[in-house]
Write a protein that binds this ligand. Structure first.
Ligand code: Q9C
Ligand code: ZN
Length: 342
């Protein structure tokens, strides 16, 4: 399969994130993509191609224009105040607060469009995130054009970014952008299957009231795991979308048997839905040695995951999400792709 990659991910290199009351080095760092690049290159899955450039309108199919306008100018607004360090949000609206009025002050705008203090915004964040979306769109175009699969090797990740918010190291929802592009290019039904350790709260929110894009997510139970406020089993969609959202919250520390029970059920539902295309939010923070997550997957499980995705027999776009055991992330991703191709 073709792999889409750009060096421009390096433009987003956060310095510190807020974690347990302290500023610590970012878990989501450029080396992650380097290890994935090295692993997929070594295994010769296929050519590694540069993304094409797409109009920002493709991103605005799933994100609010005022949110994208903010991302485009955020660094200029921040640095105009004299700062050269990364920006981290520190104030947010809660229930009952106004979110229809965008504050004039940067701190207010920044809080309006975010929801955690672990996601720094840097001078190159927008440029990297835009290229990430271009990578997802290029992968979609290749698969929409008839190839069986493609891998969008991008960072920062995307699945925590919703219609008008960033967080969880994510700014633009690459999986949602790709799924919407499938729809806009003729696919009737699309599935996004999210296997990252964390619930894909951004993707769920984007498609929650729609029946044309089904979202399924296997993740650590939000009662104890980030993002805490979404991802429960009773979130099944709303309106037209009722029945087209499926969450599998599993206790931290869950066995691989339990994880594959969830995947088995997801596979059954996907087959019933009869989609025309599949987008995989491929986080490998399900890895047993991941520093911020608590599942137990390893090489045999990643091979098996890839094989079970392949058995769906659908045009498939893989999109890189989380995974923070940096030295192992490349092998873990490569094993999923290997399992898919074998
Ligand atoms: N500061 C993804 O895997 N913070 N995002 C957890 C470390 C949020 C993970 C604690 C984790 C978000 C794409
Ligand atoms: Zn994650």
């Amino acid at each position: 399969m073709k792999i889409i990659y750009s060096d421009r991910h390096r433009l987003h290199a956060g310095d510190k994130e807020m974690y347990r009351g302290q500023l610590v080095p970012c878990f989501e760092k450029p080396e992650r993509a380097d290890f994935v690049y090295d692993a997929v290159k070594a295994r010769n899955f296929g050519p590694i191609l540069e993304p094409k450039e797409f109009a920002v309108a493709a991103i605005e199919r799933v994100h609010a224009p005022r949110y994208i306008r903010f991302l485009e100018k955020a660094w200029d607004l921040w640095s105009a105040q004299g700062y050269t360090n990364d920006a981290l949000p520190a104030v947010w609206p809660v229930r009952g607060h106004r979110t229809d009025i965008e504050p004039d002050h940067f701190a207010g705008k920044f809080g309006l469009y975010s929801y955690d203090s672990g996601t720094p915004f840097t001078a190159g964040t927008w440029a990297a995130a835009k290229t990430g979306a271009d990578i997802a769109l290029t992968a979609q175009q290749i698969v929409g054009g008839g190839e069986r699969a493609a891998f969008a090797l991008s960072r920062p990740p995307g699945h925590h970014s919703g219609p008008d918010f960033f967080g969880g190291y994510c700014f633009v929802n690459n999986a949602a952008v790709a799924a919407q592009a499938f729809r806009d290019n003729g696919a009737k039904r699309v599935v996004v299957l999210d296997v990252d350790y964390h619930h894909g709260n951004g993707t769920q929110t984007i498609f929650y009231d729609r029946s044309d894009v089904m979202f399924l997510s296997i993740h650590g139970d939000p009662r104890t795991e980030y993002p805490f406020f979404l991802g429960h089993a009773d979130e099944t969609g709303s309106g037209e979308g009722l029945g087209y959202n499926k969450n599998y919250p599993l206790p931290a520390g869950s066995s691989n048997a339990l994880w594959f029970d969830a995947l088995g059920d997801a596979v059954r539902r996907i087959n019933e839905f009869k989609p025309d295309a599949l987008v995989i939010s491929l986080g490998v923070d399900t890895f047993a040695d991941d520093p911020i997550s608590k599942f137990q997957l390893r090489e045999p499980e990643y091979l098996k995951l890839g094989a079970q995705i392949a058995a769906l027999n659908l045009p498939t776009v893989f999109i890189l999400e989380g995974g923070y055991a940096v030295a192992e992330i490349g092998h873990n991703v490569a094993h999923v792709l290997q399992g898919f191709e074998d």
